[in-house]
Design a protein around this ligand. Structure first.
Ligand code: A2P
Length: 395
């Protein structure tokens, strides 16, 4: 008789097919076809490298099975199969495995090995309440153009209202939008993920609504759909997603936020949260925000009105005619004394969001600044990660 085994599966209704898990798997145990992303049970060794990189949590599915689902079975899944009934006495080994997998999962979620972790004081996020097969329908409350259409910069501020239905979301979380229509095979389009740019109590305080900050990509299916939405339109939404890029619920925590373009969405949510909860008190937030020009920097006007006591702002521009090109990492170096002081403070939480390319430049800047004060950056960063104080979301 075969012993039941624990099998790692991916929920096809929540997965947005970003393939991050496939790229993170060190042994090639994850594969995809046009339909699904799947895990090869004969290869998966439960190393958990794929768990923290998944933006939706669809990766976190486990079944105890007598016979593992084959790759072909999984490619055909429309939804996850229910846990099969096992014969009595068959679960002994599986239970032991369960404990081992739970321990590994805790480690993967807890940031061992440099993986991300939520701040200790963060509120508990709700995740995966709505999926592809069961989306929540939101109504468009507003769609405002944020940036002048200079070059290809067309960024919109979209407000979605959930009316009487629950959609609890914390600052730093994302949601999925399902574009209408079908793909070439006649299947519904998969959701696209966007960071929420409003705080937990709503774009308007105590209204059941959220805002998004979305840049039109001329060739993009979903960004064009969203940027063209009209007031009153209905939108299918999935999520909420994300359990680590969250803000500490501790007014003494200091936030160092580094972003480019629409990567400012979660930073706006953090800022509004503190603005609403701290009133006139010091906000302890510092922001380095890069855009091509002031005209293409989302929320340039409102951001400039946020008092310095709440948020110290460093807005840098790369394409202002007649001015030198400046990236966020260049300004970090210019401000190195202030940045060094933040790096040394155990109350500091770092958030980096935006273009993937900036990660390398920001890392180099932190390395130089940390070394100038006799701190090896890698170990400082690893400590911050382990303590849920270092968060990166780039695309
Ligand atoms: P640039 O495109 O002039 O090189 P976007 O408008 O595409 O969202 O970009 C936001 C800002 O991020 C722009 O100023 C852009 O500069 C800048 N940027 C591009 N690459 C990097 C990088 N590797 N590091 C930091 N900033 C970058």
């Amino acid at each position: 008789m075969t012993q039941p085994i624990k099998q790692h599966l991916i929920d096809p209704e929540i997965c947005i097919r970003c393939y991050s898990c496939e790229m993170a798997c060190p042994i090639g145990a994850i594969d995809h076809d046009d339909n699904n992303v799947v895990v090869d049970a004969s290869k998966c060794d439960f190393c958990m490298s794929c768990i923290p990189v998944c933006p939706t949590g669809s990766i976190d599915e486990w079944r105890v099975v007598n016979e593992p689902y084959s790759m072909d079975d999984q490619f055909g899944f429309e939804e996850l199969p229910a846990q099969e009934e096992l014969a009595e006495g068959d679960t002994g080994d599986a239970e032991a495995l369960d404990d081992a997998v739970a321990a590994l999962l805790a480690e993967a979620h807890d940031g061992a090995g440099g993986k991300s972790k939520a701040p200790a004081s963060a509120a508990k996020p709700a995740i995966n309440l709505y999926n592809l097969g069961n989306p929540i329908v939101a109504t468009v409350q507003g769609n405002y153009q944020l940036t002048h259409q200079a070059g290809d910069s067309d960024v919109h501020h979209i407000i979605l209202n959930f009316e009487g239905k629950p959609f609890p979301v914390l600052e730093g979380q994302s949601l999925g939008i399902i574009p209408p229509g079908a793909d070439a095979d006649g299947k519904p389009h998969l959701p696209r993920l966007y960071s929420v740019s409003s705080p937990r109590d709503g774009e308007r305080a105590n209204y059941n609504n959220v805002s998004l900050t979305i840049k039109r990509d001329k060739n993009g299916l979903c960004s064009n759909y969203v940027c063209d939405l009209k007031q009153g339109d209905k939108v299918n939404v999935t999520g909420p997603f994300g359990a680590t890029f969250l803000m500490p619920d501790d007014p003494a925590a200091r936030l160092l936020m580094i972003c480019t373009g629409t990567g400012s969405a979660p930073m706006r949510a953090f800022t509004l949260r503190r603005q609403r909860t701290l009133g006139g008190k010091s906000g302890g937030m510092t922001m380095f925000f890069g855009a091509r020009t002031p005209q293409s920097l989302p929320y340039f006007g409102p951001l400039n009105k946020v008092p310095d006591s709440l948020l110290r702002k460093h807005l840098v521009f790369s394409r202002v005619p007649g001015a030198p090109k400046e990236y966020v990492q260049d300004r970090l170096i210019v401000e190195q004394d202030a940045v060094a002081e933040l790096l040394l403070d155990p109350q500091t939480h770092i958030y980096i969001c935006g273009l993937r390319g900036m990660e390398e430049g920001v890392e180099k800047a932190f390395t130089n600044i940390a070394e100038s004060i006799g701190q090896p950056w890698q170990s400082l960063r690893d400590t911050m990660r382990e303590e849920g104080r270092y968060h990166v979301e780039t695309y």
